[in-house]
Every structure is written in C-alpha cells, then in structure tokens.
Ligand binder design. Structure first.
Ligand code: NOJ
Length: 569
C-alpha cells in the first residue's frame, strides 16, 4: 500500500499469530460496552447508496459486511435527523425522524436489523443542549410573545439599551461570533454554538419530558445506546445581571457552579435518563461528550447512576510522547476504577484533525494538538507535513490504544490511514467555524471528506456521482479496495488488531513492565498479553516473547522507532 510501504520484513506465520489463549473472560450482556471497540460513522460521508453525493442509511446497511470484517463491536452514528446542516446535523429539526436525504424510519430499522444480524450494536448521537432553529418548538417560540410558555423552552433574555437593541451580554459562541441573537421584539436567545442552534432551557419540564420520550423512541426501535452531545452544558444558571465574556472565562469551571458549563445539577437530568435506560434489557448505555476539567470531574458523567461512560480526550490532545501517554493511561485507569466505569480512548473524531496528520506535524507552541490551526489555515503547506511519519506514529499509537483496558472509539477512515484533507476550496467548505471565524479557523471539513471505497470512480466508490465534499486524488490509493488485499496496509493492521483484541480481551487492569529507555512504554495485561511501544526514533531491543502483531516492519529481536508490538510470553 502507498504511504506505508511493503509488508513487515519479519512477520510470524498466521498460526503463531493466533496462539492458544485462555478463553476470554465471560462478559455479561449488560457489560458489553466496557471494553468494546466502537466505530464512529459520520453518515453523510460514509457511503452514498442513491448517488446524490450525500451518504445515507441504506449506504451504511450496504457496508455492514465491511464493518463485520473490520471486527467492530458497535457503531456510533453521528446525527442522521432532519436538519438544514448548519452544523453538520448537530442542528436537529426533529429528534424522532430521519433526514429524508439520508432515508426513512424504515431504512433505519433495516440498518439496525443488518447491524444486529452481524452482531454489531448501535449507539446514536443525541443532541440535547440545543435544537435547530427550524425545530417546531423554536418556530413556536418565535411566533409567541415574550414571557410565553413557548419561549420558556429556550433561553430568552431582554436585550440591553432603550429598546433591547443591544445583546444581553457580550458572550462569544463556540464557533466564533456572538452567542446571543435578536428576534426583533427586544428579546434575544442564547446559542452557545451557531445561531441556528438555540439552547434549550433544561429547567423546563416539557424539555425534560420530551427527551425521555426521544430516548424511549430510539430504544424501542432497538438502539443499544446514546452518545450525548455537549453533555456538560445542559444545566445553566444565568443570574439577572449577566457576567461579561471576560468574567465568564475567568470563572472556575471545577466548582460545579459555573453559569454555563459542568454544573453539578446536570447530573439530576442524567439520573432521570438512567432510569429510562434501565427499563430495557440489557440496559441502554450512554457515553458523555463532556470536555471538563480537571479530568476527575468526568467520573460523575461516567457514574452508574448517570450516563455510565464518558469520553476521555486526553490522548487525542497529547503529543506523541511516552511520558505523556504513560501518565494519561495511569490517571485514566485510576479514575475509571474510582467511578466504576471503564475508561475510554480516542484519537480521532469528526471534530479534530485526523491523528495520522497530527502526528506528522511539529508541535505548534501551546496550541492544543487537536487543532493544528496554522497548518489548516495555510491549506496544508506550512509547516511541512511528514505524512509517512504521521501514519507510522498513528499506527503505533492505535496499536497501543487497542491493547489498553477499556473501550476504544475509532473514527471512520482511520482504519485506512486517512489523513486530514487540508486543500478544500473555500467555496466547497461547509463547517460553520469556517464562516464564523474568518482567518482564524478553517473548520472541521477536512476530517469529514467522504470515504474512498475504490481506487477509481467519480467519488472513489462512495457513490455513483461526486461527493458532497471534494476528495483529493490521493484518496484512491488509501481506498478499501487498494488496502483490502495488502498485508502491510493500515486496513489489514486494524482487522488483525481487532480480531486479536477480541480474542485476548481480559480484566480491566494493566501492569507496567520496566524497559530501560524512557521513550518506550511496555505493559502487560492479566492474561500475559503485552504491548511495547517505542515512541523514539531509534531501534531498540524487542523484549522476549512471541510476536502477535506489529504496527510496522521489524527485524527479529528489534523494536524499530515509532512502532508498537504486541507480544505474548
Ligand atoms: C460537539 C459535536 O461533536 C460537534 O460536532 C458539534 O458541532 C457541537 N457539539 C455542537 O453540537
């Protein structure tokens, strides 16, 4: 396969790669999520069955065989609800329907049946912090007067100035630009994200009841769980005298008392959700997207009385560095043990620069790794990307992650070694961050480019016509077709790793093994499964043991730089 080169030089024969192992620990059906491998599908960019350029649910159904062969335990489906796509579907018009461009409820049922038939669970995204401005409740709020029950479902405030012509506060939204928008009668509504995403008022009993209805609606249709968008923002407490943006930023978010973020009473909402989840057998699961600090605050979202699991984005934000990885792993295992949940791991998703690219770029001062803003703004020219190195490190990091205790979240296309697409023409861009923060942020389109399935074709097999975001020429050589039969490809590595992971999965513990170099991490799982990862550039000795799998080429007895090897003593 293209970038990575040929198959490993010294690769053990198949029989040795699958040595006789003790039977995996039995996992109770209710605990399926604890150490699962979950594959995120961004539906508009996965597979397009009807050739309109936009991925759809029948497209996913047609690729269930691929997912089964890849070896994932579950799919997390990003929003597929009716939406004007002001924010890639995270602006929901109707929580209990399917966007007609993506299919119908019948298509949804067919997809669930196909996934379940292949033994794959389904987690759907739920977006409770805000609806879209086209949601019938928001339309009703606009039509109703100030102080009406319709407006009480959202966060309305009088504007300042004589006629309310000034915003209630100078708050800046997460996508840039003001967080308050006027509705023309002196009132303004709050949107922490785009103006098309008005925030719900979670003190409203109607809002609370409606989300319980939505959770039951999808659970009854067979979904196994929910990924909860901006889970830490639902509960808000806005004082009569609103603080300024500068004051908001200066407030400590770790107290549980910040007006907007990570308030303690948000957990009352999730306690109610948990009661609904537990009505089902097995109970429905949920994973919180909660960017909270300090990380220990995550435990509340992950508690068994709440959502049950929370994303841990620490590895996604870290440099490719042994010391950083080691402390993140240690801390998160401790936190997970304290919360009773299992820990989660993730390197890539639909919001961040793909990790095969991040790891090929030099660190950019204090800027968080996940953004690489300067590189994106230069359309991928400055600083120079070392794509081969990025992929080598990404493969090593992923193989390390897949040996860790806990639940691993993968993002569509990472199994092909896809990198970020930086050179998207401005007129083709879709992400609101691009339009709302000109010259500051390019946005997230580069990780949302439709997948290449074939080496050639109008959209590399994504659909019969061109894709809704343009794909670069180099996608063909990273397509499923190009990689499927290539032993050294990233796809083959993921397939082997997931098959072995399933077979080797064991207790949620690890033991660090001493290695005489600080650039190497070496750990052992309870059943003797070991991973050794060399973060440095130099080749070092490989510890004793039978090699099960390696993230790159190696010679017997050697552990090359930026390579992870799985071993069994
Ligand atoms: C987090 C989602 O992952 C992101 O894509 C979205 O823009 C925001 N939440 C707002 O819903």
């Amino acid at each position: 396969m293209g970038t990575f080169g040929s198959a490993p030089r010294a690769r053990p024969a198949t029989t040795e790669r699958h040595p006789k192992m003790a039977a995996p620990n039995p996992v109770s059906p209710a605990d399926w999520w604890r150490q699962a491998t979950v594959y995120q599908i961004y539906p508009r960019s996965f597979a397009d069955a009807n050739g309109d350029g936009v991925g759809d649910l029948p497209g996913i159904t047609s690729r269930v065989g691929y997912l089964a062969e890849l070896g994932v335990d579950a799919v997390w489906l990003s929003p597929f609800y009716p939406s004007a796509l002001a924010d890639g579907g995270y602006d929901v018009d109707d929580y209990r329907d399917v966007d007609p461009r993506l299919g119908t409820l019948d298509d949804f049922d067919a997809m669930v049946a196909a996934l379940h038939g292949a033994g794959i669970k389904l987690i759907v995204d739920i977006v409770p912090n805000h609806s879209s401005n086209r949601h019938e409740w928001f339309q009703a709020a606009l039509a109703a007067p100030k102080g009406s029950p319709e407006r009480d479902r959202y966060v309305f405030r009088d504007g300042l100035g004589e006629d309310g012509e000034l915003p209630p506060a100078d708050w800046v939204s997460m996508f840039g630009g003001p967080a308050w928008t006027a509705v023309g009668d002196g009132q303004w509504y709050l949107h922490l994200f785009a103006p098309e995403q008005p925030d719900f008022n979670w003190r409203s009993e109607e809002v609370r009841a409606d989300f319980l209805k939505t959770l039951r609606f999808w659970s009854d249709r067979g979904v196994d769980g929910f990924r909860v968008d901006v889970a830490h923002a639902l509960a808000k407490d806005l004082p009569a005298d609103l603080p300024s943006q500068a004051e908001l930023e200066a407030m400590d978010k770790a107290t549980g008392l910040h007006p907007l973020w990570d308030r303690d009473e948000v957990h009352d909402i999730y306690a109610g959700w948990r009661r609904v989840f537990n009505e089902y057998d097995p109970p429905r699961i949920a994973v919180a997207e909660a960017w909270v600090n300090p990380p220990a605050r995550r435990a509340r979202y992950a508690s068994a009385e709440g959502l049950g699991q929370a994303f841990n984005f620490d590895l996604l934000e870290a440099d490719f560095d042994a010391g950083a990885f080691r402390s993140i792993i240690t801390d998160n295992l401790e936190q997970a043990a304290a919360s009773g949940s299992s820990t989660t791991w993730v390197f890539s998703n639909h919001d961040v620069v793909r990790h095969a690219t991040r790891y090929g770029l030099p660190p950019n001062g204090d800027e968080p790794r996940k953004y690489n803003r300067a590189w994106l703004l230069s359309r991928g020219t400055e600083p120079e990307l070392d794509a081969a190195r990025g992929l080598r490190r990404a493969r090593a990091a992923t193989l390390l992650m897949l040996a860790l205790p806990g639940c691993a979240y993968l993002y569509q296309g990472e199994e092909l070694g896809l990198g970020e697409v930086a050179a998207i023409p401005d007129e083709a861009r879709q992400d609101p961050t691009f339009f709302r923060s000109p010259g500051v942020d390019v946005g997230r389109d580069g990780c949302r480019v439709p997948l290449p399935w074939t080496v050639e074709g109008p959209s590399f097999g994504f659909g019969a016509g061109p894709a809704h975001l343009p794909q670069p020429d180099w996608f063909g050589k990273l397509s499923v077709e190009a990689e499927a039969g290539d032993e050294g490809s990233t796809l083959s590595l993921y397939r082997e790793a997931l098959a072995l992971r399933r077979e080797l999965q064991t207790d949620e513990t690890l033991e660090w093994v001493r290695y005489p170099s600080e650039s190497v991490l070496h750990f052992r799982r309870a059943n003797g499964w070991e991973a050794v990862a060399n973060f440095g550039a130099e080749t070092l000795p490989l510890p004793e043991g039978r090699v099960l799998l390696a993230s790159g080429p190696f010679d017997a007895g050697e552990l090359p730089g930026e390579t992870t090897v799985w071993l069994r003593r």
